[in-house]
Ligand binder design. Sequence first.
Ligand code: AMP
Ligand code: ZN
Length: 117
Amino acid sequence: MSGTASDCLFCKIVAGQIPAKITYRDDEVVAFADIKPAAPLHELVIPVRHITNVAAVEAKDAALIGKLMIVAADRARAAGASDGFRVVTNNGAGAGQSVFHLHLHVLAGRPLSWPPG
Ligand code: AMP
Ligand code: ZN
């Protein structure tokens, strides 16, 4: 699935149809605050274009996926996450994915144990 999905929550956030605290936006990537933060810093970094998850990424998406990582690191730096941060993406319902538009969670501001649950 790629493009815009009319029933997708995050496509609606990109389109401004659902409010969100947007922290970064360009033509390809949007970042916004997670509505239910799991850490003092918890932002989601997403592609503007609808991609379901990591499993749906194709070779042509390589630059875009790299850019998501760069924006994720920029968001952590902007929040002053000098003590480390975590970038994680859940792929599939069995791994906890609940919104089926690719997103990187950027988490920081508290001790982050490993492995996650
Ligand atoms: P995941 O479970 O990995 O798919 O992550 C989805 C994330 O989206 C969760 O951390 C939710 O708290 C977050 N979320 C759900 N709805 C919204 C919303 N309207 N605005 C911001 N974040 C949201
Ligand atoms: Zn979408």
